[in-house]
Design a protein around this ligand. Structure first.
Ligand SMILES: Cc1cc2nc3c(=O)[nH]c(=O)nc-3n(C[C@H](O)[C@H](O)[C@H](O)COP(=O)(O)O)c2cc1C
Length: 357
């Protein structure tokens, strides 16, 4: 199972969702390295900031030279700036430019960007036309990520998607919630099917895909061409690989404890190595890297036995070396307690084992 965005093959049809503050270059490299990821998308980048040369925007749009296919996601409300930002994305080596029409955050929607565009179809059309012209000029496709609508009374994603495709969009990703749902209720995968039936280009189903079984159900209910996974990857970094295995009809491999230890420590090493990626002196770089480490360890260990204890220790560490030591202690402790498959289930709360030191 795979699909194409023009000449770009997305194989497997499993896409890492854009997540601001998480899916930076290092994180995308980590997930891609685990396999099963047919396409990555950057965090959303403000077209205003990008075209005004704000350093942070450029850092958010940084790509790894080996990372293909990759899409840079932009947002904004000014068609000319969006078109300029799309040209910059092409210069940065993006294979695809993605327009964010899904972000529910007030900071974005109050500027009439993100999901607010679903209430402003005329402005959305002008943005699609402008980005469409700029990307055609540079020979790359553009895609759109959206929610199902602004609220339950106005689920207009099929209309907005059709309009985007009329303006040249080559793929639509749909998070099955309205803007007003924020993250409440369940993602409506069957409504994503309405979008799929409305357009002739590939559609991705997104929202609440936390397991391999969810991915199958989401594809079945929506008839979509592929899945986009965000938060599920934070609990289980191997989820895209597992979904890809299952879609190919292979048996799904479960990571061992040692795999999990290696992934976390590998990520720490990557952050240290790519220190020059952060700006400032060595102490600042370590602090920034440590911030990322705390965040990612927090996500990766949520719901795991003794996870709370590890998070607490890492949260209070001041050096990457200390954090590495705590991770090693943690996995040694799990091995000592013969924890093998506790990771296979996702719990809301940490499962405490008896006789915790
Ligand atoms: C922390 C976080 C940051 C996000 N940042 C972005 C973003 O930059 N651009 C975007 O289109 N969606 C963003 N999203 C939304 C996700 O891409 C995705 O649509 C949503 O989380 C639903 O999918 P999931 O249930 O698989 O996480 C973000 C979500 C989270 C949790």
């Amino acid at each position: 199972m795979s699909f194409r965005i023009d000449s770009i093959r997305v194989d497997p049809p499993c896409v890492l969702a854009p997540m601001e503050g998480i899916t930076d270059r290092d994180f995308r490299g980590l997930i891609r390295g685990l396999g099963g990821c047919g396409l990555t998308v950057t965090e959303f980048v403000s077209s205003e900031a990008m075209t005004r040369s704000v350093a942070k925007a450029w850092r958010m749009a940084e790509l790894d030279p080996d990372e293909h296919p990759v899409s840079i996601q932009i947002y904004g409300r000014d068609p000319d700036r969006m078109a300029d930002a799309a040209r910059y994305c092409a210069d940065l080596g993006a294979d695809i430019v993605d327009i964010n029409c899904g972000c529910p955050s007030k900071a974005v929607t109050s500027g009439c960007a993100g999901s607010a565009l679903m209430r402003e179809p005329e402005l959305a059309r002008r943005l699609y036309e402008a980005v469409g012209a700029a990307t055609r000029e540079r020979g790359l496709p553009f895609t759109v990520k959206m929610r199902t609508g602004w609220d339950s009374e106005s689920r207009n994603a099929p209309d907005i998607a059709r309009m985007a495709v009329d303006c040249g969009a080559r793929m639509i990703a749909v998070h099955g919630r309205t803007r007003c749902d924020m993250y409440k209720n369940r993602a409506d995968w069957s409504f994503v099917g309405d979008v799929k039936r409305a357009v002739s280009v590939p559609v991705l189903v997104n929202g609440d895909i936390l397991t391999v079984a969810d991915a199958h159900r989401a594809l079945e209910e929506s008839g979509a061409d592929g899945v986009m996974v965000g938060r599920g990857i934070l609990r289980n970094p191997w989820l895209l690989r597992q979904i890809a295995q299952s879609l190919r009809g292979e048996s799904v491999t479960e990571p061992s404890l040692e795999d999990r230890r290696a992934v976390l420590l590998g990520y720490f090493a990557q952050l240290e190595e790519l220190g020059e990626h952060f700006h400032g002196d060595e102490a600042t770089r370590e602090r920034v890297a440590l911030g990322r480490i705390k965040k990612i360890t927090g996500y990766f260990t949520k719901g795991l036995p003794f996870g709370g204890k590890l998070r607490q220790r890492i949260f209070h560490s001041h050096r990457i070396a200390d954090a590495r030591g705590f991770v090693n202690d943690y996995f040694d402790l799990l091995a000592e307690h013969r924890v093998r498959d506790a990771f296979l289930q996702v719990h809301d709360e940490d499962t405490e084992l008896p006789s915790v030191a």
